[in-house]
Design a protein around this ligand. Sequence first.
Ligand code: XMP
Length: 327
Amino acid sequence: MDFTSNHRPDDMARINTPELAQAFIDEAVAYTREQVGDGKVLLALSGGVDSSVVAALLIKALGKQLVCVHVNHGLMRKGESEQVIEVFRNQMGAELIYVDATDRFLDLLAGVADPEAKRHIIGEEFIKVFDEEAAKLEGIGFLGQGTIYPDILESEAGVKAHHNVGGLPAELNWELVEPVKLLFKDEVRVVGKQLGLPDNMVYRQPFPGPGLGVRCTGAITRDRLAALREADAIVREEIDAAGLDIWQYFCVVPDYRATGVRDGKRAFEWPCIIRCINTVDVMTAEVPELDWALLKKMTKRILDEVPGICRVAYELSPKPIATVEWE
Ligand code: XMP
């Protein structure tokens, strides 16, 4: 395989078995060792499939010559940052810098209700935090990236700006290390599994960059965000336990209070909307018909276990007209 090329040869076999994944890993490890020599690579590790697989691959190839930075923007799902630390630092022995930037992000987002303004703040601040961490390190010559083939195709077609290196200071001039850039998502998953990553990381559902920020609609508050995180964890747990194969499933807690009764008194608490969709390309999406007993179980658990939520609804809107995310 030509790791320097941005073109996937037409006759390249689809990596869909452990044997093919291992052959790819061996080649990628050998190439990366040659490319990096005794240099050092920095990698932003979000916990998403692509960056996780690249991290595992680069740990195998380079050991402590790889430095991972995980920025927790405070909008992660329950347990996500903890799992990144557990898997990469504790189990794989990675050099991992964990930055809890929750306060920075939530302070900046306080009072900001416009969805695009929220996305912009989260994106900009993320780059700032990463740059600050990078500036503290010495001897980095390379930047690892979880670029995959659809990213290259989309950037060539002008759909997406290529990569997310955006804000790195130009003078750093780091060489990119992108070992999975000719692979499709399904191949990245097979490689990740072969590298020993846990299933819930390799088969993770898509999670937007702005995280729970776009599901805690309007101006984010810490109490409503905490309620959303707990409700979301319950929905994920129950759908996983039911063994359902659903493309994306999550909760939304809008900035609205509804009437309820708690401990014999009138209470004004938030509604929680459960959103599940199945799709092939996310351009259109259908809502799966969930079992009534499962919906009732999730509803009961959310109402019993999550402070601040007094109603649960299941969303029936397909895309279009509705988008997947609420904002
Ligand atoms: P929509 O809401 O546009 O979502 O129908 C389509 C898919 O894109 C994800 N999504 C995002 N992903 N940053 C991301 O990285 C974003 O700002 C963003 N907004 C939506 C959404 O989760 C769904 O999978």
